[in-house]
Write a protein that binds this ligand. Structure first.
Ligand SMILES: *Cc1c(COP(=O)(O)O)cnc(C)c1O
Length: 361
């Protein structure tokens, strides 16, 4: 939904913060190149705008999940390498070729398809090292390793990659385990640039950087590890529709899940789960006015939510409330809702919230 003078809910995207976060990731990656992951409409913040901002910050390689996402950003990044994580299917080969998109091949079948259908063209190979999600399983990697000459004929291998399962937890033994599996796999394949680290992996140290890192959430302000302060890139605000006093004994919201224990002042804000505000934040999250926090009381409903503003004086209908931003931090929102920063952000895209961009890419 576009910007209009009537917009009550806004997602303000700070392109400068995305650029700053990109530079932070690139610096941490040392000699490795830093790509930008702009899948899921740039984690809900806008794939086209994020891609332009990243390009201006020096990024020239992008990752998307879907073919359509690659086609969508191609016009704004005409010369960049764009990897499609979903891989290649018979139906998608012509479009991959037409838009000069580089598939990340995830199985022997996909490798055979690309080798036959896109002779000599670039591709990446993804093999699984413990996530058991996408990429060649160990059995297929062994076959590929034994028959590289034949199976990779006609493919210009530009990247070999894998993905970490527990990168946000530096203490997890999974990280080292996957690292040794990744190294063993690379040793069996023809030499090619390697990529292993997403945002979390970047903070695990240089061992994990290889030739290219693939940050996503960190670009958009999510902190892979506590205390690593990425710049705030997204600010969600809504407006107060109504203020009311409630007395001890009354209840707030659907299901009467909040019982009033003392006289309170409540602000009803025009933001609900249909705007992407997670319903799980009911009775758990908070909003902020002028840097002061106010707890969410009662359930978040479709169009509305209610804040306890008893301790915040001089509030009037129309006041702007922050639900995500500099005071209400992304990672805190995710923790309060029992989810990940990824879900908090991606829910905000495409709904009723107007996206407003600050900074010129
Ligand atoms: C989404 C994704 C990334 C980016 O991950 P973040 O945790 O957001 O940095 C990197 N690589 C792959 C394979 C992905 O699916």
């Amino acid at each position: 939904m576009g910007q209009s003078e009537y917009d009550v809910a806004r997602l303000t995207v700070r392109l400068g913060a995305i650029q700053e976060n990109y530079r932070t990731c690139a610096r941490l990656a040392g000699h490795a190149a830093a790509a930008g992951v702009v899948k899921a409409d740039g984690y809900g913040l806008g794939a086209l705008q994020s891609t332009r901002a990243l390009l201006a910050a020096g990024c020239d390689t992008f990752f998307v999940a879907r073919l359509e996402e690659g086609i969508a950003i191609r016009p704004v990044a005409p010369k960049s390498r764009i990897f499609v994580l979903d891989g290649a299917r018979a139906e998608s080969v012509p479009a991959l070729v037409a838009h000069n998109l580089t598939p990340v091949l995830n199985s022997l079948d996909e490798i055979a398809l690309w080798s036959a259908g896109a002779r000599g063209r670039d591709a990446a190979i993804h093999f699984d090292t413990g996530l058991s999600r996408l990429g060649l399983p160990p059995s297929e990697l062994a076959i590929l390793a034994a028959e590289t000459g034949q199976r990779l004929a006609g493919i210009n291998l530009v990247l070999v990659m894998s993905h970490l399962a527990c990168a946000e937890d530096p203490a997890s033994p999974m990280n080292r385990e996957q690292l040794s599996r990744f190294r063993a796999g690379l040793a069996q394949l023809p030499p090619a640039p390697a990529s292993f680290a997403s945002s979390g992996g970047i903070f695990l140290g240089e061992d994990y950087a290889f030739d290219m890192v693939r940050p996503g959430i960190a670009l958009y302000g999510g902190n892979p590890q506590a205390g690593k302060a990425m710049a705030v890139a997204a600010r969600l605000t809504g407006r107060v529709l109504q203020l009311r006093r409630v007395d001890k004994g009354e209840s707030v919201g659907y299901g009467a899940t909040f019982r009033v224990e003392r006289p309170m002042r409540l602000a009803t804000v025009a933001l609900g789960y249909a705007d992407g505000l997670l319903r799980a934040l009911g009775n758990r999250g908070a909003g902020a006015i002028g840097g002061r926090k106010a707890p969410i009381v009662g359930r978040v409903s479709m169009d509305l939510m209610t804040l306890d503003v008893t301790d915040i004086p001089a509030l009037a209908p129309g006041a702007e409330i922050e639900l995500l931003g500099d005071t209400i931090l992304l990672d805190d929102v995710a923790a309060a809702a029992g989810t990940a920063a990824y879900e908090v952000l991606t829910r905000l895209g495409g709904g009723r919230v107007a996206r407003v961009y600050e900074g010129t890419p």
